[in-house]
Design a protein around this ligand. Structure first.
Ligand code: ARG
Length: 605
């Protein structure tokens, strides 16, 4: 907005500089004036005054202090500008030129932009840069728990934000489909459950988790175990090792079982992603980078970055030593076991390369549990030692733990809070509430809205907390329609929608807003006008929380407006039209913000 006016003003400034033998300013920096009932923009002349001073010889007696010169220039330019069209006043203060927009004009332009750009309001200019966001990458042969949900939502919100901010965005997943955990499940399946297969996508996925828990208990050393128990446990252990060896050797029977059961997990994952409206563009699998990872190990050995202690020891990288660090920071990492098998870290080296070289990304973001922070820092450092330039374009977005008030989770103990169970419960509760509050809503619609609100509540509970903090998910709090919650924001959207529906549409001509706007209206227009900048900030900082907070503030401002300011009953035709535009713009901006958070914006509830 105001681009044309800004350019005209800049032309006047340049003209003034040319006529007065001042250096030409390179790029004029404009910033919004802090809002105090009036909107405006401002630029400063300090840089120009300083440049001028540097040009004059220091001996010159005519030389004035920079702040004084900056103020002189600001005043001269203010005088030359007068009050340009679209502005209400211009002032020169402390070396700054402040231009205030006429309030009615600003309101008109802001809301006109929202209504005409609609779902695109807030979208940034294309940045010509490609970003890959990796998330939703749980291990297979396991079930999707509430921690995976936080990961998936954080990653999806981030992807939506950077995409909307103007970056070309690729969504990637990287399920851990091989490793001891996976082999453990294959072992117990072979031994006790051959041929069994529960029906139902989620039942099957969750069943694999049950097998894992049972197997872990069988393989675990128990206190005071008898000779017999011990012998049995060791036999199991040997069988599991044998399965791993056969997998590694490409044994067709084991590979087939592995692929079949892996698919059960992936089906469940895909179903949950569908439910969350997440579409992954690129699927990487740990098993697929195993071979490329081995090649990288050989290269690192040849380059002298890795130390090869085979056959009696592993291949390892002494990261701190290679970086010349005196204090322990990145430590030492094994990258190949003595038996020639790779590790999680080794595969991450190959994955990083794959992302940049095959998909030509400029930046690579990893949304991964904070507890893997050292692991990823080690990965990036080894890549750097290897001379992989893009290592500096890799970023880890970590996040904390999720638990329920009942207590912490433990996969080994089978104490996992499954996402699907919590989501079903949330949706059930919302359905009950809608049945009471809005019994006239047709059944089919009721179920859709219950999904939108139940999931919206859970999503917002994940995104409204700083990613570094742990979350204790309390369902009653998340579902509270009056709290700092998803439903509270969704309800603002519903209210805006119902006003517009009653009004029977929006006056097609933008109103002039030339009346005494109430503080509630000013506040709403102000928030709406800031949305594009908020999107850029969230993208620059990789922080969905910025949008989560913004959506809450906007909803809050709307609810206050709704209670205090009559729209349909405003009495004056002009005012009614203007307020309808404000309501429509608030609804649109709420919908756009909610979309970035992967939360539905229902029309009724
Ligand atoms: N599958 C891993 C886990 O569940 C997360 C993968 C993280 N991404 C990576 N490039 N290491 O812990």
């Amino acid at each position: 907005m105001y681009d044309a006016e800004r350019m005209q003003i800049e032309a006047v400034i340049r003209e003034y500089c040319a006529e007065n033998d001042l250096p030409q300013p390179e790029m004029l920096q404009w910033s919004p004036l802090p809002f105090a009932g009036e909107w405006g923009i401002s630029t400063s002349f300090f840089q120009l005054a300083a440049q001028e001073a540097r040009r004059q010889s220091s001996a010159s007696s005519a030389r004035k202090p920079v702040p004084q010169r900056a103020q002189e220039i600001a005043e001269a330019i203010a005088a030359r500008l007068g009050v340009p069209a679209g502005f209400s006043r211009v002032e020169a203060v402390k070396g700054y030129l402040n231009l205030y927009f006429s309030t009615a004009e600003f309101a008109h332009r802001t809301l006109q932009a929202v209504i005409s750009e609609a779902a695109n309001y807030g979208r940034g200019q294309p940045k010509g840069e490609r970003v890959m966001v990796e998330y939703a990458q749980p291990n297979t042969h396991h079930s999707f728990h509430i921690g995976h949900f936080r990961n998936a939502i954080l990653g999806e919100a981030l992807a939506r934000i950077v995409e909307f901010a103007g970056f070309e965005t690729l969504r990637a997943s990287y399920p851990g489909d091989i490793g001891l955990g996976v082999i453990t499940v294959l072992w117990i399946y072979q031994k006790f459950y051959q041929g069994q297969e529960p029906q139902g996508v989620h039942e099957r996925g969750q069943w694999l988790l049950k097998l894992y828990v049972e197997a872990t208990q069988l393989l675990e050393e128990k206190e005071g175990e008898t000779e017999e128990e011990r012998a049995r446990r060791q036999a199991y252990e040997a069988e599991r090792r044998e399965i791993y060896r056969r997998w590694d050797a490409g044994d067709p029977e084991i590979r087939a079982l592995w692929l079949k059961t892996r698919e059960w997990s992936l089906e469940e994952l895909r179903d949950i992603l569908r439910m969350l409206d997440i579409q992954i563009d690129v699927w990487f699998f740990e098993s697929e980078v195993d071979e490329p990872a081995k090649k990288i190990v050989e290269e690192l050995v040849q380059l002298g970055i890795a130390d090869d202690e085979r056959p009696n020891g592993p291949v390892l990288v002494r990261i701190d030593e290679k970086l010349g660090l005196k204090k322990e920071k990145y430590r030492t990492n094994i990258i190949l076991r003595s038996d020639g098998t790779t590790l999680y870290l080794t595969k991450d080296l190959a994955l990083a390369k794959e992302k940049f070289e095959r998909y030509h990304v400029d930046r690579s973001i990893y949304v991964v549990d904070s507890r893997q922070s050292l692991h990823l820092q080690q990965t990036f450092k080894i890549l750097e030692l290897w001379g992989f330039k893009q290592a500096e374009k890799c970023f880890h977005l970590g996040y904390g733990f999720v638990s329920l008030p009942e207590g912490a989770m433990s996969a080994r103990r089978g104490r996992l809070v499954l996402f699907k169970e919590v989501a079903d419960e949330a949706i059930r509760r919302v359905l009950k509430e809608i049945e009471q509050k809005n019994p006239d809503l047709p059944e089919a619609e009721r179920s859709i809205v219950a999904h939108q609100i139940g999931l919206g509540a859970m999503v917002y509970a994940m995104l409204s907390v700083d990613n570094n903090k742990d979350i204790v998910f309390v369902m009653d709090e998340a579902l509270n329609f009056d709290g700092h919650t998803g439903p509270y924001i969704q309800n603002a959207h519903v209210r805006a929608n119902s006003i517009l529906k009653k009004a029977g549409g929006l006056p097609s001509q933008a109103p002039d807003f030339d009346y005494n706007l109430t503080p509630h209206e000013i506040n709403l227009i102000d928030l709406i006008s800031r949305f594009p900048a908020v999107v850029q900030q969230a993208a620059d900082e990789y922080r969905p929380l910025v949008i989560a907070n913004y959506a809450y503030d906007l909803a809050n401002a709307f609810h206050s407006f709704y209670h205090a300011v009559p729209v349909l009953q405003s009495g004056d035709e002009r005012v009614r039209a203007a307020r309808l535009w404000i309501v429509a713009s608030a609804r649109q901006t709420l919908a756009n913000a909610l979309r970035l958070l992967d939360i539905a914006a229902p029309d009724v509830m």
